[in-house]
Design a protein around this ligand. Structure first.
Ligand code: AMP
Length: 384
């Protein structure tokens, strides 16, 4: 970008995703500003932070005047706020794409229209409708809020119809405000995600599919490229491309998938850079963060090929002490600069290797250093 004024990327939400976007934008010559309602939002450690909530239009007006383009670290920014901003400055992804990804019903409907099957589901607005949905969808099932759910939040698992009262007690109050959806529980063989990026001119790329392992609905570990995919990579790429074209999407998004009987089912779409793409920082030629900044600034995209194989461990709640772990293992360390809190994503580590055999050794060492051998076992199993 030499010879030009440095572009300023405005990010709505100041968490770790904004922080990693800001760090990736710097070598491109991009400056970053973030908005968050919390004064200690961790992206504020690496970029100027405006403390404001999503309806503080005076603050948002001043923010919009200082940036060249606006994007998201957080998909639950009210679509109304995104639309209001889009009347003042370029917003990518566009508010209508954000609106689809914010609503599990709109999202699943779009998946089906694009040829991606989803788990059986029914919308639920009342206690009676929950019974009707249970009769149709069957059990086990998961009751989810249509909006504002992420990382397993706003979800209740039902083993049988007898759990309906408990599910309603947990989520019924949200039915009127956000709507609910009852989904069949899928006994999937594996979980995958495809991270994709579409540029302003329509250029489209995907990274190799990532294999994911969740604990209590929260991502725990990822492995990329996911092994033994057969035709699934081509199929996931084609589906992601269709979705991106339908939404006229600009930027990075993640499509979370279940594999059942060897076929893909769509779980959800995240209209932003994604936790399961963190391995791309060290494990791919261009990271999801760099390509997102390139896309929203109208730059050509970088190569999304993997450099080798990579595995990522999430730190949930508390960060281990870095030195003893890094002394024993060749790993990349990411401390988001957040306070410890149960269930909170506070950092991650990535191990990279030339091939699966070497990765298995490094991952085994890291798991031992962390006392997470049990969790790593299924990842190691899939490397054999
Ligand atoms: P979500 O917030 O919908 O992405 O759900 C978080 C995690 O919960 C998923 O990654 C799965 O591990 C699990 N999960 C969600 N929905 C289902 C489902 N219908 N069947 C089985 N597992 C699910």
């Amino acid at each position: 970008m030499s010879g030009q004024r440095q572009p300023v990327v405005g990010i709505l939400g100041g968490g770790q995703l904004a922080r990693m976007l800001a760090l990736a934008g710097a070598p491109l010559g991009a400056k970053t500003m973030v908005v968050d309602s919390s004064a200690d939002a961790c992206a504020g450690q690496v970029a100027p932070l405006v403390v404001a909530d999503w309806t503080d239009y005076a603050a948002l007006e001043a923010f919009a005047a200082q940036v060249d383009v606006i994007t998201f670290d957080f998909e639950n920014v009210p679509a109304e706020t995104a639309r209001w901003l889009a009347e003042r400055v370029a917003v990518f992804p566009a508010p209508q794409a954000l609106a689809v990804a914010q609503d599990r019903l709109a999202e699943k409907t779009l998946f089906r229209e694009c040829g991606l099957p989803t788990p059986d589901f029914m919308t639920v607005g009342t206690r009676e409708e929950l019974d009707q949905a249970l009769a149709r969808v069957g059990t086990p099932a998961i009751l989810k809020t249509r909006r504002l759910g992420y990382d397993g939040k706003g979800q209740f698992r039902l083993a049988g119809p007898a759990d309906a009262d408990a599910a309603w007690a947990a989520l019924g109050a949200q039915a009127a405000r956000h709507g609910l959806i009852l989904e069949a529980f899928v006994p999937f063989e594996r979980e995958l995600s495809v991270i994709a990026v579409r540029a302003r001119d329509g250029e489209f790329r995907t990274w190799p599919l990532t294999g994911n392992w969740h604990v209590d609905g929260v991502l725990s570990m990822s492995l990329a490229p996911a092994p033994d995919l057969g035709q699934l990579q081509q199929r996931a790429t084609a589906l992601a491309h269709t979705l991106a074209e339908r939404l006229d999407y600009v930027g990075v998004f993640a499509l979370e998938l279940f594999v059942k009987d060897g076929e893909l089912l769509g779980n959800e779409m995240a209209p932003r850079v994604h936790n399961s793409g963190h391995w791309t920082i060290e494990g791919a030629h261009t990271s999801q963060f760099e390509n997102h900044v390139r896309a929203v600034l109208g730059l050509p995209l970088g190569d999304t090929a993997a450099r080798g194989v990579a595995a990522m461990f999430n730190w949930i709640g508390e960060l281990p002490v870095a030195a003893p772990v890094l002394r024993g293992v060749d790993a990349h360390w990411h401390d988001y600069g957040k306070q410890s809190r149960p269930g909170r994503k506070v950092g991650h580590a990535t191990v990279c290797a030339a091939d699966a055999a070497q990765l298995a050794i490094r991952l085994g060492e890291l798991a031992v250093a962390l006392g997470r051998e049990e969790q790593a076992a299924s990842v190691l199993q899939s490397l054999r």
